[in-house]
Design a protein around this ligand. Structure first.
Ligand code: AMP
Ligand code: ZN
Length: 459
């Protein structure tokens, strides 16, 4: 049975969807004022693996991922510069153009990582009505107050505010560098912010409270409710979302509907750089474009994220990525030589499933994969069948390789035949020269008892 670690209860719990057969899942999506970096991609890859694990367990899943296309403030609080305005200044485009361009880039990135598309990608700017309705309900239930710059959620009115992080209000206050201004409590957050007096924002909307824009926690509650209904099964995001964003989403759903919006809250740990934070200012913030420029396949990055459990930090280095790339190539090249899939290996399949069902233990699952691949006693047709099954979760695109020998161009084939002839005549100089010519074309020849075998030569 599938067990998942629930941040809310701090333990692994057996998972069954609320509606039998269909698991509803909401993953916090990208902010689209810039390219997503590979740290973000780790969070999205986790949501993808989790969803594939659910499917592997026979649950039909419905995955919703929001696209944050509305301007929000640089800080986690309600102060600071608007991120969208920063991008506008940088690129001289309209807010909608920027959001569109980076949404397209995001879709390209996730396709390259073999992340299955979500069922819906709702945009914050297209769900202003739902967000306003939610504020109105929270207001009717008595959880809001107004200040000169917006409508705020009064977190002191919720008995278990802070339950997700386990932080007490005093701890939160100490951790947050928020300016109180007119706020009643340090943890209170804006549901609606007013446009500055006399200034027109490019993205602003009329509302019963005044012209302005939604607070940045609101879209996820409003859109998960619209697409999945409360409560839904699983909400995912990176660990940085636990103390503020998700705490506030819970406050909103309780304030609006008296229920915690999700039953399971699951959080993936950070991808770190040299043990520390990734940031533009440190010059160590990479995107998938940088991965490709380094000569690595996006799927090597996917493989790298599988090597670590999602609840542990993963330290990114280029060497680690190259290591993942070599492992992936070995898997591909080995699988090419197998016989056509037939009768998988039940013992390995069981161990693979139980690794994944223990809170998505991908490193353990990968260890099972390699043990099977290297098991000389197992017929290759069985390995082929099981590996294809495993790849429904791993998502490494192995169907293009399993039992599919590499296609060798005519001229290379001719060189191989010539080399065989040279070897028959014990002409080792010619044989070596031909081997080098074949390698220059990007292929390796291996001499086996059954004759020579060709493989792709990886750098
Ligand atoms: P954002 O676009 O900033 O909202 O981030 C998108 C997702 O990436 C969120 O789930 C974040 O928690 C997550 N995230 C941000 N930085 C990192 C990082 N360095 N490693 C892993 N996940 C991250
Ligand atoms: Zn969110």
């Amino acid at each position: 049975m599938l067990h998942l670690y629930n941040t809310l209860t701090r333990r692994k719990e057996p998972f069954e969807p609320l509606n039998p057969g269909e698991a509803g899942m909401y993953a916090c999506g990208p902010t689209v004022y810039d390219y997503a970096h590979i740290g973000n991609m780790r969070a999205f890859l986790f949501a993808d693996i989790l969803r594939r694990v659910l499917a592997y367990n026979g649950f039909h899943t419905r995955l919703i991922m929001n696209i944050t296309d509305v301007g929000h403030l640089v800080g986690d609080g309600d102060d600071g510069e608007d991120k969208m305005l920063v991008a506008l200044r940088r690129e001289g485009k309209t807010a909608y153009e920027i959001a569109e361009a980076y949404t397209t880039a995001f879709m390209e990135d996730i396709a390259r990582l073999n992340i299955l598309p979500a069922d819906e990608y709702p945009r914050a700017t297209q769900h202003i009505k739902e967000q306003k309705e939610m504020i109105a309900q929270i207001e009717r239930n008595g959880f809001t107050y107004s200040t000169s710059d917006g409508v705020y959620f009064d977190t002191a009115k919720l008995a278990d505010y802070g339950a997700l992080s386990g932080q007490k209000p005093e701890e939160k206050k100490a951790g947050a560098r928020v300016e109180m201004k007119e706020k009643r409590n340090a943890t209170d957050f804006a549901l609606w912010k007013f446009s500055p007096e006399g200034a027109k924002r490019e993205m602003e909307w009329e509302s019963p409270w005044g012209t302005g824009f939604p607070g940045w926690h609101l879209e996820c509650s409003a859109m998960s409710r619209a697409y999945l209904g409360f409560p839904f099964d699983i909400h995912t995001g990176g660990v940085d979302h636990i103390p503020v964003h998700h705490e506030n989403e819970i406050a909103q759903s309780v304030g609006c509907c008296g229920v915690n919006e999700a039953r399971f809250w699951m959080h993936s740990e950070f991808l770190t750089m040299d043990g520390g934070k990734m940031s533009k200012s440190l010059g160590n913030l990479y995107t998938l474009r940088d991965v490709i420029a380094e000569g690595c396949e996006p799927l090597a990055f996917r493989y790298l994220t599988l090597v670590a459990h999602y609840r542990t930090k993963l330290n990114f280095t280029w060497d680690a990525l190259r290591g993942a790339q070599h492992a992936l190539w070995r898997l591909q090249e080995t699988a090419r030589e197998w016989d056509a899939p037939n009768i998988g290996c039940a013992a390995y399949e069981e161990r693979f499933l139980s690794a994944l069902n223990d809170d998505v233990n991908t490193p353990q699952a990968l260890a099972v994969v390699w043990e099977m691949v290297d098991d000389a006693a197992l017929p290759s047709a069985g390995k082929a069948q099981s590996l294809l099954k495993f790849d429904a979760v791993l998502g490494l695109g192995l169907d293009a390789f399993v039992a599919k020998p590499c296609s060798v161009p005519e001229e290379v084939r001719a060189l191989i035949v010539k080399r065989e002839e040279a070897r028959m005549q014990n002409d080792w100089d010619a044989s070596d020269r031909l081997r080098r010519e074949i390698e220059a074309e990007g292929f390796l020849v291996e001499d086996t008892e059954q004759g020579s075998r060709v493989k792709i030569k990886h750098p």
